[in-house]
Design a protein around this ligand. Structure first.
Ligand SMILES: C[S@@+](CC[C@H](N)C(=O)[O-])C[C@H]1O[C@@H](n2cnc3c(N)ncnc32)[C@H](O)[C@@H]1O
Length: 362
């Protein structure tokens, strides 16, 4: 006999889920429009203006009024901007500007909203990859390094001196005296450039596989006239350096490796006997049932599926994924030759764990 599942539905649960789906649609649209607001500078301009008409805002921003008005429609219905229908004036409250403008950095969440568009750009590739299972190469992505550099300025550079360096006792003093530092998977090099400026007696290098990112890093270091930092396009899996560095950093750069085990071994070999490896990586638990409690768990699994896991698989890697978790990370650090690993969390950066490791047996 045939029984209908529809008859067994819990109506309250069904209605609640329908509402959740509507929230998802609105949130997704809003994230894209927040990204547009960031890239066009509209939030920055609005934050400096008193309540404004769409015409005045468009004029101030040098943008098309028709587009600005439609964007304001999304911002108003999305609860970002306030609208007075009688005067047709729009206002970005200071409390919202505090999370959406360049001046608000490192709290500018509009920077992270750009990932939605970056990931949307490769959706066709990802859908194909669900069928063939082979991943999506870095070359398929648009604006990845540009957005990553902006994200890095907020999540790493802004907290370097106050929060990150103090994770290693005495490190700031050693940097001031002069040590050799390498950043693996340095991207556009913002962290090393910042440290090179702050610690002129130390020598800094950054390796990254991306020629585009290395060129951007080198150009920025030149623009600032820095002579104690250099960048090179190198595959970390074949890096040959031996006992050459006192500090090696990896900011969000290990879980998406194609050959993470070899990379960790190469890092351990490149460290001097009393050297330190400082690894920032995503704060997944390694257990899905715990990750449901993660404040940005869904977003992180999405980025993982549509980028981190996929770029690793595309190069024949294991596809660890961003949410590989602390247990797996510790296991791999130990296998790579690291001992004495400490894991810390920083209040300003709930998305990541900080692993501080020395080389085992040295
Ligand atoms: C998620 S991004 C992080 C970039 C940078 N550390 C930051 O925080 O802005 C990971 C970086 O690792 C680089 N990368 C991935 N696999 C690599 C490899 N095998 N050798 C060198 N770089 C690699 C990528 O090109 C990318 O720039």
């Amino acid at each position: 006999m045939c029984t209908s599942h529809a008859l067994q539905l819990d109506q309250t649960k069904t209605d609640a889920f329908a509402q959740k789906m509507l929230d998802v649609m609105n949130g997704a649209g809003l994230a894209l429009m927040i990204s547009v607001g960031h890239r066009t500078g509209l939030f920055d301009i609005m934050a400096e203006l008193p309540p404004v008409t769409s015409e005045r805002l468009a004029e101030k921003a040098g943008l098309s009024e028709r587009y600005v008005r439609e964007w304001l429609g999304a911002m108003t219905t999305g609860g970002i901007v306030e609208f007075a229908p009688e005067s047709k004036l729009y206002r970005l409250p200071a409390e919202h500007a505090a999370w959406l403008t360049r001046k608000a950095s490192p709290n500018n969440m509009a920077v992270s909203a750009q990932w939605v568009a970056v990931l949307g750009y490769v959706e066709d590739h990802i859908v194909q990859a669900f069928h063939h299972g082979r991943g999506v190469p870095y070359s398929a992505y648009n604006r990845f390094h540009e957005v990553m550099a902006e994200e890095s300025m907020q999540s790493v550079v802004a907290g370097l001196q106050e929060h990150i360096l103090p994770l290693v006792p005495g490190l700031a003093e050693r940097l001031a005296r002069g040590i050799d530092v390498l950043d693996v998977g340095c991207g556009s090099g913002r962290a090393m450039i910042h440290l090179a400026e702050a610690f002129p007696n130390s020598r800094f290098q950054g390796f990254d596989a991306s020629e585009e990112a290395v060129a951007a890093a080198t150009a920025e270091a030149c623009r600032r006239g820095l002579t104690n930092v250099r960048f090179a396009a190198k595959d970390l899996a074949t890096m040959q350096e031996s006992q050459a560095f006192d500090l090696i950093t990896a900011f969000d750069a290990i879980h998406d490796q194609a050959r993470p085990a070899e990379v960790l071994e190469n890092i351990a070999r490149a460290l001097r006997p009393d050297g330190t490896f400082l690894m920032q990586d995503i704060s997944g638990s390694g257990h899905l049932h715990h990750d449901v409690e993660h404040p940005v768990g869904t977003f992180l699994y999405t980025i993982s599926c549509m980028h981190c896991m996929s770029v690793s698989l595309a190069n024949g890697g294991p596809g660890l994924g961003a949410m590989w978790g602390k247990t797996k990370a510790l296991e791999m650090l130990a296998a790579g030759g690291f001992g004495d690993v400490r894991v810390e969390s920083l209040e300003h950066d709930p998305l990541n764990f900080w692993y501080i490791a020395g080389v085992a047996g040295r």
